[in-house]
Design a binder for this molecule. Structure first.
Ligand SMILES: Cc1cc2nc3c(=O)[nH]c(=O)nc-3n(C[C@H](O)[C@H](O)[C@H](O)COP(=O)(O)O)c2cc1C
Length: 326
């Protein structure tokens, strides 16, 4: 248990924000496996200011998932302040504001948002001071090691963020230029948690229980973020959470059990998005439920291409010999 501001975080697993993945249904579905804190996908400050309905859908949260952080991105502190006001009016039932300081995509960086803001720690400090003073809720930040290989400045940025009054810091152990490729570099974060004034949450390449143990041991962080490793493998969260609460190492689950997980998640996604949109999203996610099970390549390809409805999912599973009741 640790605290982010006044918010109790009861565990070591934070569900990492992932645009296009961590919908409300995804967060609600993953929560009972042992998620201590959920984070929405990144939400555009401008989208909120321009009253864009799609953007407003992203700030919908539930009581099931709490505590929940709403993640905002933007390149202008005054606009983020304005966006926070809108969030607090539209949906006061959230716990933390998280600011995205790590997004590497050109469109975001070119608008001076995301990892662009890592370039200058001094400017970051005044930017984040404005944001922190805009709300009574704790404000957290998610950063990267630095912008590029020759500007690895996370220590300076962490100091700047602490001075600005953030209540916790998440760090993705890659640079902006690495995007999502190459190994996460936990060696650079050795003992970082011990040096910090606020809780540290680490992110990058958490695919197994041992990855999580390793990352926490090296960095002395308070929690890990489960991102790509949890997509199609919700049991990973149960394994990490159980290990840190009881010391027990749970075995992996069978393919049949994971297919049950896929179906449960599918139903929740359809409820949130409607069947058509849910299926488009699921084409990218459903195959991942088979990643840890050999001999499923053809099935995965079929799921990528031929998912149109819940019934088509059941039909495909049956075709491949998995007798599933609907
Ligand atoms: C598809 C995708 C979308 C992501 N979207 C966000 C986002 O909206 N906000 C954010 O802070 N990080 C985002 N990330 C970064 C993840 O939260 C995480 O830090 C990163 O994937 C490293 O963890 P991993 O190597 O375990 O996947 C995204 C990552 C992926 C793969």
């Amino acid at each position: 248990m640790f605290k982010i501001g006044n918010v109790n975080i009861d565990g070591k697993v934070v569900l990492a924000p992932m645009a296009g993945v961590t919908s409300l249904a995804y967060r609600n579905y993953m929560k009972p496996f042992g998620v201590a804190l959920t984070v929405t996908e990144m939400v555009s400050d401008c989208g909120l200011i321009y009253d864009n309905q799609r953007t407003k859908d992203y700030i919908v949260t539930s009581d099931i998932e709490r505590p929940v952080a709403i993640q905002l991105f933007g390149g202008n502190a005054d606009q983020i302040v304005e966006a926070i006001r809108i969030v607090e009016k539209e949906n006061p039932n959230f716990d933390i504001i998280d600011i995205n300081l790590g997004c590497p995509v050109n469109k975001v960086v070119n608008s001076r948002a995301g990892s662009y803001l890592l370039k200058n720690p001094q400017e970051l400090e005044s930017f984040m001071k404005k944001v922190v003073s805009a709300t009574t809720k704790p404000v957290t930040a998610k950063i990267r090691l630095g912008y590029s290989e020759d500007s690895i400045n996370f220590k300076e940025n962490i100091k700047a963020l602490e001075n600005a009054g953030v209540a916790a810091i998440g760090i993705h152990a890659r640079t902006r230029d690495q995007m999502y490729a190459g190994k996460a570099r936990y060696d650079l974060l050795k003992d970082l948690g011990d040096e910090m004034k606020v809780p540290l949450i680490v992110s990058g390449d958490i695919f197994t229980l041992d990855d999580a143990i390793n990352a926490l041991n090296i960095t002395k962080a308070d929690a890990v973020m489960v991102a790509r490793g949890g997509v199609g493998n919700p049991w990973l969260i149960k394994q990490i959470d159980t290990f840190y609460k009881t010391g027990e190492r749970l075995n992996d689950i069978s393919l049949e059990e994971n297919i049950r997980n896929l179906l449960d998640f599918t139903k929740m996604l359809i409820e949130e998005k409607g069947e058509r949109r849910a299926m488009m999203i699921l084409r990218g996610i459903a195959p991942k439920f088979f990643n840890n099970y050999p001999g499923t390549k053809k099935l995965k390809n079929t799921l990528c291409q031929n998912l149109f409805s819940y019934d088509s999912l059941i039909r495909i599973l049956n075709e491949f010999g998995y007798a599933i009741e609907q």
